[in-house]
Write a protein that binds this ligand. Structure first.
Ligand code: ADP
Ligand code: MG
Length: 378
């Protein structure tokens, strides 16, 4: 019984339809939450665009355009259904995908990816649906000779080191590429999950292993990238015993805030530097993919190296840039928008014209000029 296992390889495999390597970029604006007397400086326009005050010139408004824009009333279900659900079937035919939440600390990344029991986010919904999609697959003649296995790995990239959150003694794991151009982490823990409670059992304690440290911006600000990998393996039970693997990366990125404004010093400043350089590489990779450039700088950071077979190429990639409406997020919001935007337009009209509120107070200055004003009051 020396049946030969034919592996249908990932990103360069023959069975894959070429698809555009573009990263779909959407923006989610969370509801206004600050108690202080303040007003929003960002406003949605339609399902693909928003406008933001131009602090340099109060007579102008900047309009940004994206693949999708989700306003403060958008539900978790809506975001999941339109941005993530459509990519899941591709995993069952051996393609890869990645979904990542970008944005400053406090803008809603963890809410979007994880959510809470009342408002579950992308991670629990995707896991639940993948389990369901693979469980019921035995009715059709094509599927009846296949079995599915779903496994999870959960790592954190902190200061350019890959740490295993399911087995914290595995620190600084390597990233390798096999002959089929698949990226893997040798030695990383993989747990098989067959039910949602299997997932919870591994995921919840692992989440508590995440490195969190306090900054002035947020008490539990995450300074690391949390990378959850859900692997869908499909094995043919009869000759030629083909095997297909689809990988889904679900990533809660480190905060994109400018460290000049967090009051960070010493080790914290060094951490912020590492976070920023890795986010900077991610932005270069996304730009290069979306502009169709010949060279994609995947190797310039651990995060993009790990995502090389699941970001661009034949993979399905979605970035959700989370932004907050409050004025003190203004500069971080601009950074996120400039990363996410397909296009930007300066419109000759004051931002306040279409609202019944008072005009925006001219208190916004560059962070360097006015550090105190930009630190939140709580
Ligand atoms: P981040 O992970 O980017 O630092 P969080 O997801 O922790 O931000 O969000 C900060 C706070 O805002 C949390 O209390 C979260 O529950 C809340 N929040 C974020 N987005 C939303 C939203 N769309 N609706 C309601 N509350 C939200
Ligand atoms: Mg968070």
């Amino acid at each position: 019984n020396m049946a030969k296992r034919v592996s249908v390889l990932d990103s360069h495999g023959v069975n894959k339809k070429p698809s555009p390597s573009r990263v779909r970029v959407s923006v989610r604006l969370r509801p206004f939450m600050e108690k202080e007397e303040d007003q929003a400086c960002v406003r949605g326009l339609d399902a693909q665009s928003l406008e933001i005050v131009n602090y340099r010139n109060q007579l102008e408004t900047m309009q940004y355009h994206f693949d999708a824009f989700y306003g403060e009333k958008a539900t978790q279900r809506e975001i999941y259904t339109s941005s993530v659900c459509p990519i899941l079937p591709h995993l069952l035919v051996g393609q890869n995908a990645s979904v990542f939440a970008y944005g400053p600390t406090g803008a809603g990344k963890t809410h979007t990816m994880l959510g809470n029991p009342q408002q579950p986010g992308i991670i629990p919904r995707a896991v639940r649906d993948l389990l369901q999609m693979t469980r019921g697959k035995n009715g059709t003649p094509e599927e009846e000779n296949w079995t599915f296995t779903i496994t999870m790995s959960y790592v954190e990239i902190y200061q350019e080191k890959v740490m295993d959150l399911l087995e914290p003694k595995n620190k600084d794991l390597p990233i390798r590429e096999d002959k089929g151009h698949n990226i893997l982490i040798p030695g990383v823990t993989q747990k098989t999950i067959t039910t949602f409670s299997d997932f919870d059992e591994h995921f919840i304690p692992a989440s508590q292993n995440r490195t969190v440290a306090s900054t002035k911006l947020n008490d539990r600000s995450s300074r690391s990238h949390a990378v959850l990998l859900i692997k869908v393996q499909k094995n043919q039970q009869i000759s030629p015993f083909r095997q297909l693997t689809g990988k889904l990366y679900l990533i809660d990125l480190a905060g994109s805030e400018d460290n000049r404004r967090t009051g960070n010093q010493g080790i914290r400043l060094k951490e912020s530097g590492a976070i920023n350089s890795s986010l900077f590489t991610l932005s270069k990779v996304v730009d290069a993919l979306n502009q169709g450039l010949p060279r994609i700088p995947y190797r310039d950071s651990k995060l993009t190296r790990l995502l090389q077979d699941s970001l661009g190429g034949s993979a399905h990639s979605v970035m959700i840039a989370n932004i907050a409406p409050e004025k003190h997020y203004y500069f971080d919001t601009l950074t996120a928008l400039n990363f996410a935007a397909k296009s930007k337009q300066v419109i000759n009209k004051p931002f306040s014209l279409e609202t019944t509120q008072a005009p925006v107070q001219p208190t916004m200055k560059r962070p360097r000029d006015d550090l105190e004003n930009l630190v939140p009051s709580q």
